[in-house]
Design a protein. Structure first.
Length: 217
């Protein structure tokens, strides 16, 4: 049931996309296409099926949440995704953002520190033709083996911008990361201009679960 995509679901997705279109920050039409192609209800527990297409965050297990659709759209917009971009994601969570980026043509490398969620997403991916590299581990370490990346997206609230991640970003690359301690963070977009020079822009406050160190079982 959960993995059936009906006309009703598609209609609900169109409504959600109409909502997102009202936000003038979102201008990349590939994001709207991806929201249509990726059934968000595949990523939520059965109990939330009916609400899968409202603009809300939801529990996905292990005390974590799937990001608000508008947040997923906004972070995707800020990354200026191009086909073939190699993107590192910190905080796989439900896997929804991962799939949006894959659908937009990125090759995604994603790290999750909660074993339960990591295993759940691996199963959900069987329902898609994408092949992201999913890793159970600590996002603070990044993925040195596959670095450098064109883009990096952090989907949990980081106390500061981890230098390891800056090091794994290509010159000319973009990182989008919510930074701040406590319940709220400032969304920052960092462009790595040269090996030593960063251009940092800020985009208002967001609420993410915290980026924690080390792995949980
Ligand atoms: N992109 C996800 C957002 C999930 S919430 C989605 O749309 O569903 C953020 C996720 O970051 C949680 O699953 C949490 O377990 C994970 N996380 C927190 N700290 C982390 C770390 N240090 N490394 C990797 N993942 C981390």
């Amino acid at each position: 049931m959960q993995f059936q995509d009906t006309f009703k679901h598609k209609g609900m997705r169109r409504q959600l996309i109409d909502e997102l279109k009202k936000d003038e920050r979102i201008t990349n039409s590939a994001i709207f296409d991806a929201f249509y192609e990726i059934p968000r209800h595949f990523f939520l527990d059965r109990a939330f099926l009916e609400q899968a297409y409202s603009n809300k965050a939801f529990q996905i297990g292990a005390g974590q949440t799937i990001s608000h659709p508008i947040t997923v759209a906004f972070q995707s917009q800020m990354l200026e995704i191009k086909r073939g971009d190699r993107v590192l994601e910190i905080g796989t969570g439900s896997g929804f953002q991962t799939c949006i980026l894959c659908q937009m043509g990125a090759k995604v490398y994603s790290i999750e520190r909660q074993k339960e969620l990591f295993l759940k997403v691996k199963k959900i991916m069987d329902h898609f033709r994408f092949n992201p590299k999913l890793q159970f581990g600590d996002g603070y370490k990044g993925m040195p083996i596959d670095a450098p990346f064109d883009k990096i997206i952090v989907t949990c609230g980081a106390p500061e911008v981890p230098q390891t991640l800056i090091d794994q970003l290509k010159v000319g690359g973009i990182m989008i990361i919510p930074v701040g301690e406590g319940g709220e963070q400032i969304m920052k977009r960092i462009i790595k201009k040269t090996e030593t020079e960063l251009d940092v822009q800020e985009f208002g406050t967001f609420k993410f679960v915290p980026m924690l160190e080390r792995t949980a079982k």
